[in-house]
Design a protein around this ligand. Structure first.
Ligand code: ATP
Length: 204
């Protein structure tokens, strides 16, 4: 998708614990704005009045408190047990998050803007980016990192990994792959991609 000749929209994705947030923090440190789609999805569920009403119509009014706060634990419990309800929720939240992203992106003046999303390929929203970056790391390292970061069990991390698209499929859709293992330094890989993206912009 080639929308604006003066800037590139870059998607950043990767399985749990691969380091996509870490990569995005490096791009931010280089001065480029990042939209964190998973965090924003939580925000729209609280702030987007139309979405709030639709969630209430499916899950009941009591899913929000009198003060308007979403009971995330209750909602998670429902969708964890009911695949159809999860799909319904995603079908509501996903377009609202895309809308929030589009509004955010329009306001950005930087030459490169980034969107971090765990399910960029799974949801098809990678098609809204000019280029997409996939972050990969060996499974054992991902498990170790997430166990340390979130204080969760190995089984809990594995359960989340099992629900995600496998890297081999994601690689086919990615324009750039960052190997965030212990053998290759991360920052030089990020800088190389940044230079390549700026080159792409220059030759448009
Ligand atoms: P999630 O899908 O859960 O959001 P993620 O892909 O965004 O995960 P990060 O949060 O960036 O992954 O990284 C997972 C953990 O591993 C973090 O605690 C992070 O600080 C650490 N980490 C990531 N990359 C490296 C690295 N190259 N060296 C050391 N620690 C790292």
């Amino acid at each position: 998708m080639e929308i604006n000749k003066n800037k590139l929209r870059i998607g950043v994705t990767g399985g749990i614990g691969t380091g996509k947030t870490t990569v995005c923090k490096i791009f931010e440190a280089l001065g480029y704005p990042v939209f964190y789609a998973d965090k924003e999805a939580k925000n729209v569920m609280a702030d987007d009045a139309e979405l709030v009403e639709r969630i209430k119509s499916i899950f009941g009014k009591h899913v929000y408190s009198d003060k308007g706060e979403l009971d995330r634990a209750y909602l998670s419990k429902i969708v964890f047990q009911d695949r159809e309800k999860l799909d319904e929720l995603n079908a509501l939240v996903h377009p609202a998050t895309i809308k929030a992203y589009e509004n955010w992106e329009k306001k950005q003046t930087a030459s490169l803007t980034f969107k971090e999303a765990a399910l960029l390929f799974e949801t098809g929203s990678y098609a809204l980016s000019d280029r997409n970056i996939l972050v990969v790391a060996p499974q054992e390292l991902r498990i170790k990192r997430v166990m340390e970061r979130d204080h969760v069990t190995r089984e809990a991390v594995l359960a989340r990994i099992d629900k995600q698209m496998v890297d081999a499929e994601k690689r086919k859709l990615a324009d750039f792959v960052i190997d965030n293992d212990e053998g290759q330094a991360l920052i030089p890989q990020v800088l190389k991609i940044k230079d390549r993206l700026l080159e792409l912009l220059a030759i448009r």
